[in-house]
Design a protein around this ligand. Structure first.
Ligand code: JHZ
Length: 416
């Protein structure tokens, strides 16, 4: 389906990747609000837009995807609150990636590195420091302006096939194209990949990170499902997607970030390595390339939602006070699908100053700075940003030393 930009959302009837009509729904959340659309106090009286959130599997190309496409301008362009640089672990992970590529690919001052969805420049600044030419592309004006301030030249735009043609016509071809946590966010999946193919040098490499569908299912990370995430990739589905555009997934690495991600090395020359062959074989043996693998997920999600709700209600009835940590997008899915409102959780804390004094979508929990944990010393803190558990437990040593406890929602709710 073509996206109508005037419409707020479109329900897809065909697969986002292969266009096939055999998409089967295996998980339904009903209608939910937009995960990163934090509310200001003046929004509180207003009704919030809500959209169907439904997950499906394509029998033709194995891609897991949601069926509703919310207008990307609504999702990303206007007051997008996500800034990558608030996580030291993410900064470290990104710097290691850049240094490894500079080293392995022998990059020098002539090299050009382009990042799609460059956010606040968290990754490209490492290449700037090393003296390389860079270009960031990102549609979110706040993060893009922050990148410019950090010395990362950034074009505030959506990356499309047309933009790739324009840049190429201006003589730009990239040695490295980074695209982290964006491939799953793009409504025109094929146009985006075609754009990468056009912008890459013949011997260039696209280094792409995306959450992996296997840990999502195995660890019941259902909260990472929201309207920004249109696709939930397997290597099987990715391999087909790239090949359609004359690109080859030649190497894949597993990363622990964001609950389990893939780093893909994609080139215009076919040179499929053992890591990709093994992963394809693994997915076939686990059945990840067939609908059967996904059929009981909905039952597992329901059990987790029920267990978490029961736990929070029990603690509350015993007189406990509960806060939450991380005004994350995934936190919005969790609180809105489980039904965690102000009757259970008093407030959410977050290090991102752009989120302070706002409210979580749907349940409208107020967002405060992390200092509030020591000021209030709630008995429990529900860890919405569970993907950064180690980092956050270290940082909250004082709160824990004073007797505070964290509640981890996934893979099974537990107190730590
Ligand atoms: P975090 C975002 O999802 C948005 P979210 C997006 N849709 C996406 O794809 C993924 O990232 C990759 C805060 N925090 O990063 C920062 C602290 O307060 O898991 C964030 O608000 N203290 C593009 O929003 C939130 O927690 C800390 O010490 O689900 C974490 O959100 C740390 C480490 C984080 O992603």
């Amino acid at each position: 389906d073509m996206m109508c930009l005037d419409a707020k959302s479109v329900t897809e009837r065909a697969c986002r990747s292969c266009g096939g009509s055999g998409i089967e729904t295996f998980l339904e959340f009903g209608k939910t609000p937009l995960a990163d659309r934090l509310l200001t106090s003046s929004d509180i009286g207003e009704p919030e837009p809500i959209f169907p959130l439904r997950v499906a599997f394509c029998k033709d190309c194995s891609l897991v995807q949601i069926t509703e496409t919310v207008n990307p301008i609504v999702l990303f362009a206007d007051s997008y609150p996500y800034y990558s640089s608030f996580s030291p672990a993410l900064l470290k992970h990104s710097r290691a990636n850049a240094l490894d590529l500079i080293n392995r690919r022998g990059l020098g001052p002539e090299s050009l590195v382009i990042e799609l969805a460059s956010n606040d420049g968290y990754l490209l600044k490492n290449y700037v420091e090393a003296g390389m030419r860079v270009l960031g592309i990102d549609p979110a004006d706040g993060p893009a302006a922050a990148a410019e301030r950090a010395g990362v030249p950034t074009r505030c735009a959506f990356f499309t096939r047309d933009l790739a043609e324009t840049l190429r016509a201006q003589g730009m071809r990239a040695d490295i194209i980074h695209a982290n946590n964006v491939l799953a966010h793009v409504a025109d999946t094929n146009g985006f990949v075609a754009g990468i193919a056009r912008l890459l040098k013949d011997d260039g490499v696209a280094v792409i990170e995306a959450p992996y569908v296997e840990p999502l299912i195995e660890h019941c990370e259902f909260d990472t499902i929201y309207h920004e995430h249109l696709c939930y990739f397997s290597v099987t589905a990715l391999d087909k997607l790239f090949r359609r555009h004359g690109l080859y997934l030649n190497e894949v690495k597993h990363l622990s970030i964001h609950g389990g991600s893939l780093r893909l090395y994609v080139e215009s020359r076919e040179n499929v390595g053992a890591t990709v062959k093994e992963q394809l074989a693994h997915e076939a043996s686990r059945g990840i390339d067939a609908i059967g693998y996904f059929r009981d997920f909905s039952t597992k999600v329901d059990a987790l939602k029920r267990d978490l709700s029961t736990l929070l209600r029990r603690l509350k009835s015993q007189g406990a006070t509960i806060a939450a940590y991380g005004a994350a997008a995934k936190g919005a899915t969790l609180i809105n699908t489980v039904g965690i409102g102000c009757d259970l959780v008093d407030f959410v804390v977050d290090r991102n100053v752009h989120k302070h004094n706002k409210y979580m979508p749907g349940q409208r929990l107020p967002i405060r700075s992390t200092e509030a944990l020591l000021e209030v010393q709630p008995d429990y803190v529900l860890l919405l940003a569970w993907n950064f558990v180690d980092e956050i437990l270290d940082q909250q040593a004082e709160y824990r030393a004073r007797g505070g406890k964290f509640i981890l929602p996934v893979p099974t709710p537990r107190i730590i």
